[in-house]
Design a protein around this ligand. Structure first.
Ligand code: ZN
Ligand code: ZN
Length: 350
């Protein structure tokens, strides 16, 4: 990060986006400004976190009773930092303008975007282990919850069951709002669970992820309640083939857009590419959506140590949708699926 600051001709960076703070300092509280420079790093937080910050951080910690940015301004002046980078895409405009006014004549503010996020995209061994555990927990919670599916259980109850199982297995909680969507509702890629029974003779989409030791996992499975008809089978098979094709394309050096194209081309051959409106995947780590993005226009390349999702889908309005999603580690030679729950169409007759 210091190298990157030097290239930006900045003396320091002040970070307040909490996943970035956690990544760099270990601090997991909900309020912090982390000031980093070649002259040392200091974490500012409030008195609620006095004990926690000292436990979690190796760096210097300063407890502020007033606004953290006021404390940061004081430090910037005291350390005579002349050019300070700020997270341009994370900071409220009001904070930015106040800092610019407070530091007028002392320090220039340097808008920086994605400095820490780029570092975070490639995981170290410790992070990979944490994501591996989070993903394994997600699979176990899924397998337990799927045993509770009955026609009478509501989408909300099943989502609650999934969240409960994740916590029982030791997760801090779900990494995002669990999606349970039955029938035509599954055609909404980001459906919210409803207080309606999942019913019979329809698709049921479950998108879930755990947060464990701060690290997320992400997995989607679609099951069929009762015997699927031809259309449901055809839709499932197309997405299944697309998911395998994209996962097979994952290796170091491949362009993100080429992984996306691998999935999209399979759907195209089935006339379904028009029903796949989102990108094929995203990075997973301290946040559920992070770099890299596996989209149509993303020229960046995968590197070993990145963790991404592979999640093509096809959504037919009025009928239903299928998405199959795994969390995948980019290895030196290819890919390792971290969410190895069964992917063949599971038919539940109960
Ligand atoms: Zn997901
Ligand atoms: Zn996802």
């Amino acid at each position: 990060l210091l190298d990157r600051l030097e290239r930006l001709k900045a003396d320091a960076i002040a970070i307040a986006h909490l996943p970035n703070v956690r990544y760099l300092s270990g601090f997991s509280g909900s309020n912090a400004v982390f000031l980093i420079s070649a002259r040392g790093s200091i974490l500012l937080t409030d008195p609620r976190y006095t004990l926690q910050a000292r436990e979690e951080c190796d760096c210097a910690v300063k407890i502020e009773t007033g606004p953290l940015w006021t404390g940061a301004t004081r430090l910037i002046r005291a350390k005579k930092l002349a050019r300070v980078a700020l997270e341009a895409d994370k900071l409220p405009h009001s904070t930015w303008t106040r800092l610019a006014a407070d530091l007028r004549g002392t320090a220039r503010l340097n808008p920086a975007t994605g400095l820490v996020e780029t570092l975070r995209a490639v995981k170290d061994a410790g992070e990979i282990e944490k994501i591996r555990r989070s993903a394994a927990l997600c699979v176990r919670a899924y397998e337990r919850a799927i045993g509770k599916v009955r026609p009478s259980i509501t989408e909300l109850e099943l989502a609650g069951e999934i969240d409960f199982q994740m916590r029982k297995l030791g997760a801090e909680g779900p990494a995002f709002e669990t999606i349970v969507a039955g029938g035509d509702h599954s055609a909404l890629p980001h459906a919210r669970p409803r207080p309606v029974p999942v019913g019979r003779n329809r698709l049921l989409l479950i998108d879930m992820g755990a947060s464990l030791n701060g690290y997320a996992s992400d997995m989607t499975r679609v099951v069929h309640l009762g015997e699927p008809d031809k259309q449901a089978r055809r839709l499932y098979q197309a997405v299944f083939d697309a998911q395998l094709a994209a996962a097979a394309a994952v290796r170091p050096g491949v362009r993100c857009r080429d992984v996306d194209a691998a999935a999209r081309n399979v759907l195209k051959r089935q006339g379904l590419d028009g029903y796949f409106q989102h990108s094929t995947g995203h990075g997973v780590g301290l946040e559920i959506h992070e770099n890299p993005r596996l989209g149509k226009k993303v020229d960046g390349r995968l590197e070993a140590g990145m963790v991404v999702t592979i999640e093509p889908g096809a959504y037919l309005p009025g009928f239903g949708g299928v998405r199959i999603e795994d969390t995948v580690l980019v290895t030196e030679t290819g890919a390792e699926i971290l969410t190895p729950a069964g992917k063949e169409l599971l038919v539940l007759n109960s």
